[in-house]
Design a protein. Structure first.
Ligand SMILES: [Mn+2]
Length: 237
């Protein structure tokens, strides 16, 4: 049966060899079986334009091989919002601006990474406003400095993770959901919170569903699949 795949929050880096290998295998499989793959952000643990690292090149090659067979779509996450045109050109991926509305097998869905839904995370929302400036800065900072920044961001985030688990990540709010919802409401797919679940909501008296994608960790990944008959399934691998 035909299906489309959604993944996010793989947080790939040189420190995740097992997940990188898993990504490689899954992209090969989906290249044969799936109609398309949507990467809904935080593909990389942090992205500072390091296209020369062998690990990044391997991941980009997996994407390029896939996109020669089937369409590959990317939405920015909060860790990899600097992925730009050159990356898309080299991987054959198409960058969608968030929130994106896509039509799949006759039904529309709202796609987003999910960070803009966490409106209570004030520090992050402030940072988010300066993303444009950062994108510009990236092009004038030399790669070796960008690497150092990336390493330090990664280290700090690891320390936070160990100290507090993922609980410190704020969750989505009603306000956040309403800010991107439509009338009549559409089912929504996002990641970011690392709290995989399917939620039932109502918006202006009408029901909709919200599918939260799992993050990839240790040696396990996960995806959401939408089949051509409209059935939705979660897959762990
Ligand atoms: Mn995220």
């Amino acid at each position: 049966m035909a299906y489309t795949v959604f993944i996010s929050d793989m947080h790939l880096s040189a420190e995740t060899p097992q997940l990188n290998q898993l990504f490689h295998q899954q992209m090969l499989l989906w290249g044969k079986e799936a109609d398309a793959v949507y990467l809904l952000g935080d593909i990389f643990d942090v992205w500072f334009g390091d296209e020369q690292s062998p690990v990044v090149r391997g991941i980009m090659q997996d994407m390029a091989n896939f996109s020669q067979q089937k369409p590959l779509y990317i939405l920015h996450g909060n860790r990899d919002f600097l992925l730009g045109k050159r990356f898309m050109r080299q991987t054959g991926a198409k960058l969608l601006s968030s929130p994106a509305i896509v039509d799949l097998y006759g039904k529309s869905y709202i796609l987003t990474h999910g960070d803009e839904l966490c409106t209570e995370d004030k520090n992050y929302q402030t940072f988010r406003r300066y993303r444009g400036v950062l994108s510009f800065l990236m092009w004038i900072i030399p790669l070796n400095i960008r690497r150092k920044i990336a390493t330090s961001i990664r280290k700090r985030s690891e320390q936070r993770k160990h100290a507090r688990g993922y609980d410190h990540l704020s969750d989505v709010t009603e306000n956040g959901l309403h800010s991107i919802q439509h009338n009549p409401p559409l089912d929504m797919i996002h990641g970011h919170t690392h709290r995989p679940a399917t939620h039932q909501h109502t918006f202006q008296g009408q029901a909709y569903q919200r599918f939260v994608l799992p993050d990839w960790k240790e040696a396990q990944g996960g995806s959401l699949k939408i089949f051509d008959n409209g059935k939705i399934e979660r897959d762990l691998f």
